[in-house]
Ligand binder design. Structure first.
Ligand code: LR7
Ligand code: MN
Length: 577
């Protein structure tokens, strides 16, 4: 097992990396495949199956593993069968020169057949599993902006060649205002040989979220299947997805997303039992299904895996259900956050997200976005996430803001736009709370509502902060005294009920005021540790600290002095270290 690293979607500047375990796949016996007999050969665009009695008969059949029956056109081509290509060093300059066109090895991709074979990485039982004959049909939607020619074509060919024709209603290519010439007439020309492929051109750059909505709006199939434009669908990928929706239209199945190497273009198998999760502040990642969940449910490698969140790019959803859910928040711009939005929406409003191990699609993971953002990239993504947090996270949104996004609360700094419709939608659908989601869908998630709580002990006085008749003083520490209990929150408030400790700069005093997330002056820096630490007023100039007056029982604001024990404070419980 090797480790494939790719940057996470964390946009707050930290270079957090989520790792996806991958394995190189050996050449399979497919290499020796002979040309198939005519009869077993189902050609692209051939709809004859629809009218055949076999397809009409109610019942089930084995998943169709279409192009397994066909030998590839050119078995000796490089990259064939998904094998890694090690170009001689003499090509390094060419590789480098073209890298930025797609943020992967474009030079190599252009030399690999657009309809190459890839290894069948499904668990063994998959090719024998049964699906219904009367599955819903799918519209496959690819959105792209300035996608590389060879990868866009490979994506389309993999769908055409590996989807049962009677289930593939159409392929919709949504051009999100690309600038490259080859994506204009040459693309129209090329795709005109495939009656099922339609191209939609957006008149201005909309971003992938609104581009998907534009594709969905014209789709004629029963099911929408969204894919990124640099993927390769594996054999038998479609039917297992449609089968889940057939069984329950509120299931939202995702294929296993495998890794196409950005360097050598090899197709790599990922580990079993991986699911999509998030960490704060709404950073997507992969993690193993907890062992107790596998044991309790007797999960085998081919069973669907319930996922707290989806990666975003690759999934099928019943078209009507997609619209019942209010589709995507159309206020989300360009890239990012929409996977969180749709995931919370699906789970909280009665649906389910699953990864289907018998459905596998390779995706080129890239280190950077190869296209420009109309506005600042970081600002775009954090604005999207703030919209999601405001609509879906309830009281847990403090955890989002508290992980490096405090600045988003200042309405003068960023305008996250109008959310009335999204909030209305959530009410109308009678969706459950985020607390319910955490408890029922993602119980292993760590989501404490406060960072520290309990008594606030001052090391100098050896007494505790006490709130009496609206003002702060000290008293002998006593866990039974409710007026000595404070929370240190994600907003960095020192809080009792709705009241917050606030610095009064002119008098070097301290007052209690109503807590308000948008007021940075109510925030205190405090290192969570088991020794007493300073409480530093965030917005006050010249670093001022909360301190106890050594002789009185008063609290005041003083210039921070690292050695002063009267400025050292300790909460009873530190929930977050
Ligand atoms: O403005 C844009 N317009 C577009 O049409 C920006 C992008 N796009 C297209 C783009 O050409 C591509 O086909 O949208 C698709 C997705 O963009 P990528 O490939 O740059 O996204 P990604 O693979 O880096 O990121 C993942 O997260 C995104 C968050 O908004 C989307 O949900 C992507 O679909 C998603 N990709 C996957 O889930 C594949 C697995 C990667 C992971 C995790
Ligand atoms: Mn992608």
């Amino acid at each position: 097992t090797t480790t494939h690293q790719r940057p996470s979607k964390n946009e707050n500047g930290k270079d957090e990396i989520f790792q996806r375990e991958v394995n190189q796949v050996r050449m399979t016996e497919r290499t020796n495949l002979k040309a198939p007999k005519e009869s077993s050969n189902i050609r692209v665009g051939d709809d004859s199956r629809r009218n055949s009695s076999a397809a009409r008969k109610p019942g089930v059949h084995k998943v169709l593993s279409l192009d397994m029956t066909q030998a590839p056109r050119d078995p000796r081509a490089i990259g064939q069968f998904g094998q890694p290509v090690d170009l001689p060093r003499s090509h390094d300059a060419d590789v480098r020169k073209r890298w930025d066109e797609g943020q992967f090895n474009v030079y190599l991709s252009d030399q690999i057949p657009v309809d190459r074979a890839i290894p069948d990485t499904r668990p063994e039982t998959c090719s024998k599993s049964l699906v219904h004959d009367d599955l819903p049909s799918a519209s496959v939607i690819f959105c792209f902006v300035d996608e590389v020619w060879s990868t866009l074509l490979r994506s389309v060919h993999s769908v055409l060649n590996r989807s049962p024709p009677h289930l593939l209603k159409e392929i919709i290519l949504v051009d999100d205002f690309s600038t490259r010439d080859y994506l204009k007439e040459p693309l129209d020309q090329y795709m005109s040989q495939f009656p099922k492929v339609r191209i939609i051109r957006l008149k201005e750059r909309q971003g992938l979220i609104r581009a998907r909505l534009a594709g969905a709006a014209v789709a004629k199939g029963d099911v929408l299947t969204f894919l990124d434009s640099h993927v390769e669908c594996n054999v038998g990928w479609l039917e297992p997805l449609l089968e889940r929706i057939y069984l329950d239209r509120k299931k939202v199945p995702c294929p296993v997303i495998e890794v196409i190497s950005d360097k050598d273009m090899s197709y790599m198998l990922v580990d079993n039992f991986q699911r999509g999760i998030f960490k704060w502040p709404l950073v997507f990642g992969w993690s193993s299904v907890p062992d107790d969940v596998i044991k309790k449910n007797n999960l085998t490698v081919s069973d669907p895996i319930r996922c707290p969140v989806m990666a975003g790019g690759l999934f099928s959803i019943d078209k009507n259900y997609f619209y019942e859910l209010g589709s995507y928040d159309p206020g989300l711009d360009v890239w990012g956050g929409e996977n969180m939005e749709i995931s919370f929406k699906i789970w909280m409003c009665g649906g389910e997200i699953e990864i289907i191990p018998c459905s596998r699609v390779g995706h080129i993971f890239r280190g950077q976005n190869p296209y420009k953002f109309p506005k600042d990239r970081q600002k775009t993504v954090e604005r999207n996430l703030a919209r999601v947090a405001e609509v879906w996270l309830d009281e847990y949104k403090d955890l989002f803001y508290g992980h490096g996004y405090h600045h988003l609360l200042d309405k003068k700094v960023i305008d996250i736009g109008n959310l009335t419709e999204q909030i209305e939608l959530r009410k109308r659908l009678q969706c459950k709370s985020f607390k319910w989601y955490l408890e029922n869908v993602y119980p292993d998630m760590d989501a404490p509502l406060v960072k520290a709580e309990g008594l606030v002990f001052n090391r100098g006085l050896r007494k505790c902060l006490t709130l009496q008749k609206g003002s702060l003083s000290f008293d002998i520490c006593d866990l039974n005294k409710q007026n000595q209990h404070f929370n240190y929150t994600w907003m960095r408030h020192i809080q009792q009920q709705g009241l917050c400790v606030a610095p009064q700069v002119r008098k070097n005093g301290i007052v209690m005021t109503s807590c308000d997330n948008t007021k940075p002056e109510l925030r205190w820096f405090h290192k969570n540790s088991n020794s007493a630490e300073n409480l530093i007023a965030e917005l006050v100039p010249n670093r001022m600290c909360l301190e106890a007056e050594p002789r009185g029982d008063l609290v005041r604001l003083g210039p921070c002095e690292p050695s002063s024990i009267f400025q050292k404070w300790q909460f009873t419980h530190y929930i977050v270290k």
